[in-house]
Design a protein around this ligand. Sequence first.
Ligand code: BTN
Length: 262
Amino acid sequence: MGSPTISLDIHLPHWVGRPFLYFNEIDSTNRQLHQLPKEQFTHGIVACADHQTSGRGQGIKAWHSQTGQNLLFSVGLCPNDSHRLILLTLSIAEKIAEFISTITALPVRIKWPNDILVDGSKLGGILTETLFLGSTLERVIIGIGLNVNQSEFPHFEDSNALQAVSLAQLTGVEWNRSSLLVQLCEHIEKAYVFWDNSAPELCSRIHSRLIGYGQWVHVEINGAPVGLRKCLGLTPQGELLFLDEAYTVHRHNHENIRLILN
Ligand code: BTN
């Protein structure tokens, strides 16, 4: 196992990242925060690892990452609002995309519901998980995998699988992961506050980076094609709106939607 390359005394000036748990190796940072005893789980806690033995991706997918090359971390939150959580994921995706775009000048976009892409390749992904006690939302765990310095990724035959790419591959330079992590935590904090305050420009900011927004796209729901629809974007409640070819508006409030561009 490689030695830790993100130091434990990383300086996180705001509440996202306090406390900060660092692991050389762990099964999954999301799982770690999920299993943490209630009294240790605080709003803003971050768990970060150099290697995950069972990294989790969206759906049934695994998240693979070479040891010590990328950023693998989860943020624990205790929001009062158990609705609109899809907007929280997207608000965070948007802020991360904006930040990466600012430091690299790359065209970073969001693919519904949780992918961070550059020119069609996957730079990162977000996995949001919740823990309810009865009908009360006890915790939200936002897991983030960002490909930073990995120089090679496997190619998949499956045409639906996105090709992974790293910041280093896209920019030709190696990135300091600790420094990126500190800045990402600051941006995640801003994204949370933005979401929590229901900032009026939240949806338009997401729309500006959302792939397929305002376009006619083929839509799949739970794996089944539902036809050609125009993506009208999000409502402040987090519903995704589509127009069909008969000009009927459809509202969807679940994430298992795929937008396939022509
Ligand atoms: C996806 O695009 O499928 C979401 C990937 C999320 C991966 C991150 S890595 C840190 C955190 N821990 C996990 O097990 N998964 C998330």
